[in-house]
Design a protein around this ligand. Structure first.
Ligand code: CUA
Length: 335
């Protein structure tokens, strides 16, 4: 009995110390959404359980090693211990209740994070290899940054152009896969202004690790100003339109505009240059070459690059006039 009491006290001390330690190192990023509060309560329960179970096992183990070690001169067998029905019932029932309780609070949090607010702001999220694009329906606004008002629920309708991606802002806690051919949904209520990052949380190809977008949470009036400013700026200049299209469709994730090497060839100085292809022939990078490289990327692969890396669905994404805008942008990057 003395041993049980001592172990009990040591387990309690160890549990509290480990929990305090884990709490102080900041396991979680800031709580920037209403959904994060419900989810962090679950984390809090789990951190307590982790601290307790670790202590229960390690304290009992270390205590037994010391208290029940073989003393000098002891040569006999240890005491023979029969099972203990009471203990068996206890360690079966206790985890059962814990698991049922966790399922209960889990379901409660799920309901809380999915609660529908009819006045939610709708934003369409388009994910592709390897970019994010955000469209504000009814506003005519398309953006490569996700700009949101604080304290208002946002309803994200998400679609993928190619493979499975996953929308994840750690500060908002919630995460949702985006599956081709389906519209998946996510509801977030930002509660803190600031700047965050959308990360892609599903391995989706060569540039998966760089598939990020900026999230900016503004107060209501700043958000209204941003929205008004965006919808007013309809570009007349083909180069500006081309630059915007390249940003919004992920071209610049793989092609640099400063001469540096990324996943694909740089666009700087491309137009009008002689390009050596993988089959050792040489092509002139004129308008036709650029457009056919966008529409059918594997037909003429540049030397040093691999076929099959550039997504082949751009022919479904761009209209003819948009291709001309992109060519205009590439021409503007120098010959
Ligand atoms: Cu998109 Cu990983």
């Amino acid at each position: 009995m003395k041993h049980m009491l001592l172990i009990g006290i040591l387990v309690a001390i160890s549990t509290i110390s480990i929990h305090t330690g884990l709490d102080s190192i900041g396991l979680l990023p800031p709580q920037a959404s209403a959904q994060a509060i419900a989810i962090d309560e679950l984390f809090e329960w789990h951190v307590w359980m982790i601290s307790f179970l670790f202590s229960l096992i390690v304290v009992t183990l270390v205590y037994s090693l010391i208290a029940f070690r073989r003393r000098r001169g002891e040569t006999g067998d240890g005491a023979h211990i029969e099972g203990h029905a009471g203990l068996e019932v206890l360690w079966t029932m206790a985890p059962l209740f814990v698991v049922v309780y966790l399922a209960f609070i889990g379901a409660q949090s799920l309901g809380e994070t999915r609660r529908v607010d009819p006045s939610a702001l709708e934003v369409d999220v388009i994910a592709g290899q390897w970019f994010w694009r955000f469209e504000y329906p009814g506003q005519g606004v398309v953006s490569t940054e996700l700009v949101l008002p604080v304290d208002r629920q946002v309803y994200l309708r998400m679609e993928s152009l190619d493979v499975i991606h996953s929308f994840w802002v750690p500060e908002f806690r919630v995460k949702q896969d985006i599956v081709p051919g389906q519209v998946t949904e996510l509801r977030i209520t930002p509660i803190m202004t600031g700047s965050y990052k959308v990360l892609c949380a599903e391995l989706c190809g060569t540039s998966h690790a760089y598939m990020e977008a900026v999230v900016i949470v503004l107060d209501e009036s700043d958000f209204a100003d941003w929205l008004a400013g965006q919808s007013a700026s309809v570009e007349d200049d083909p180069v500006a339109r081309g630059r915007r299209l390249s940003e919004q469709n992920g071209c610049l994730a793989c092609h640099s505009v400063d001469g540096s090497q990324k996943v694909g060839p740089t666009w700087t100085g491309l137009f009008g240059s002689q390009v050596r292809l993988a089959d050792d022939s040489v092509a002139l990078a004129d308008e036709n070459f650029i457009i056919s490289s966008i529409l059918d990327p594997d037909m003429q692969v540049v030397e040093g690059y691999t076929a099959g890396v550039m997504p082949s669905n751009y022919r479904d994404l761009f209209e003819e006039s948009q291709l001309d805008d992109i060519v205009a942008y590439i021409i503007s990057l120098g010959k």
